[in-house]
Design a protein around this ligand. Structure first.
Ligand SMILES: Nc1ncnc2c1ncn2[C@@H]1O[C@H](COP(=O)(O)OP(=O)(O)OP(=O)(O)O)[C@@H](O)[C@H]1O
Ligand SMILES: [Mg+2]
Length: 269
C-alpha cells in the first residue's frame, strides 16, 4: 500500500547529496514546484516493452489547481506517481522546486516526498486498525516532534480538511466515504506539503460527497495550496483552472478554464 511510502524516511536521512539546482520560475514569475522534462516511463515484462509515458513535459506552478484527464490506461496514475516520486521515470527529468531528483537514492527521495508532497488516493488508503488521529499522524512519525506539537498539527489538519475533531478517536470504518476522504486529505496536509497530488479522489464517492471533497480542495487552493487532481469526472475538472488531457502516454491538450464557482461550491449552511 502506498501509504507506507510516507513513513519510510527517517530523521537520520541525509540531504547532503541533494544538490539544489537553480530554482525554476514559470510564467508570471511564479515558482515552479514540479517540472517534468521529456519524461518516459517504460514497463518491461520479459521481451515486451510498454510505453506508459512518452515524452511528457509539464510545469506545475506554485498556487495552481490542475486536473489531469484521459481515458483509462492513458497514463494518468503513472504520471502522478512519477511527479510524486513514488515511481522513477525510465528517461527524462523530474525537478521538485529546482532539485533534479533523478540521481537521488530511494532514501533521499522518500525524504523529499515526506516534506514536499501529500497524496490522496481513490480508496482513501486509511489503516483500519489505527484511529483517525493515528492515521493523520503517520507522516509525522519520522519527524522529531513532541506529542503536543503532533497533536496541534493533527487537529489543525483535520479542521483544514473540512473534518471534525470528534472524528479523531474513531476508526476509519466508523466514518462515511466522504468523511474518510477528508481524513485522507488531512493526512496529506499534516506536513504542510508544497503540493497535494490526488488520484481520482472523488472516484469512489457519490456525487454529493465528491462535490464536498472538491469544495475542500478549492478552499485549500484559495489559500495558496498547489493541487493536482486526476479525475474522470468533467464536473470536477471544470472546477480546476487548468485541465491537462493525456492520451496513450502523451499530453494532447492543455485547457485553461474560468471556474464557475457557483457550480463548484455546495452551500451547506
Ligand atoms: N507496473 C506496471 N507494469 C506494467 N504495465 C503497467 C504497470 N502500471 C501501469 N501499467 C500500464 O501502463 C498504462 C498506464 O497505466 P495508468 O495506471 O497510469 O493508467 P490510468 O490513466 O491511471 O488509468 P485508470 O484511469 O484506469 O486509472 C496502462 O496500460 C497499464 O496497464
Ligand atoms: Mg489511474
Amino acid at each position: 500500500m502506498k501509504v507506507n511510502n510516507l513513513v519510510e524516511a527517517d530523521e537520520t536521512t541525509s540531504t547532503s547529496n541533494i544538490e539544489v539546482a537553480s530554482l525554476g520560475w514559470g510564467e508570471g514569475g511564479k515558482k515552479e514546484i514540479i517540472k517534468l522534462v521529456n519524461v518516459h516511463k517504460i514497463y518491461r515484462q520479459g521481451e515486451i516493452e510498454f510505453y506508459a509515458l512518452k515524452g511528457v513535459s509539464l510545469s506545475i506552478l506554485e498556487g495552481e489547481l490542475i486536473s489531469i484527464m484521459g481515458p483509462s490506461g492513458s497514463g494518468k496514475s503513472t504520471l502522478l506517481n512519477v511527479m510524486g516520486l513514488l515511481d522513477r521515470p525510465t528517461k527524462g527529468k523530474v525537478l521538485i522546486e529546482g532539485i533534479d531528483v533523478s540521481r537521488l537514492s530511494d532514501r533521499e527521495l522518500a525524504y523529499i516526498r515526506n516534506i514536499k508532497i501529500g497524496f490522496v488516493f481513490q480508496f482513501f488508503n486509511l489503516i483500519n486498525r489505527l484511529t483517525i488521529y493515528e492515521n493523520i499522524e503517520l507522516p509525522l512519525l519520522v519527524r522529531n516532534l513532541s506529542k503536543k506539537e503532533k497533536r496541534m498539527l493533527v487537529q489543525s489538519a483535520i479542521l483544514r480538511a473540512g473534518g471534525d475533531l470528534s472524528w479523531l478517536a474513531k476508526r476509519p470504518n466508523q466514518l462515511s466515504g466522504g468523511q474518510q476522504q477528508r481524513v485522507a486529505i488531512a493526512r496529506a496536509l499534516v506536513t504542510s506539503p508544497k503540493i497535494i497530488l490526488a488520484d481520482e479522489p472523488t472516484g469512489n464517492l457519490d456525487r454529493y460527497s465528491g462535490k464536498l471533497v472538491m469544495e475542500e480542495f478549492l478552499k485549500l487552493n484559495s489559500m495558496g495550496q498547489t493541487i493536482v487532481i486526476v479525475t474522470h469526472d468533467p464536473e470536477i475538472a471544470n472546477c480546476t483552472k487548468k485541465i491537462v488531457y493525456i492520451k496513450n502516454g502523451e499530453i494532447v491538450k492543455v485547457d485553461t478554464n474560468d471556474i464557475n464557482f457557483s457550480k463548484c461550491i455546495i452551500n451547506t449552511q
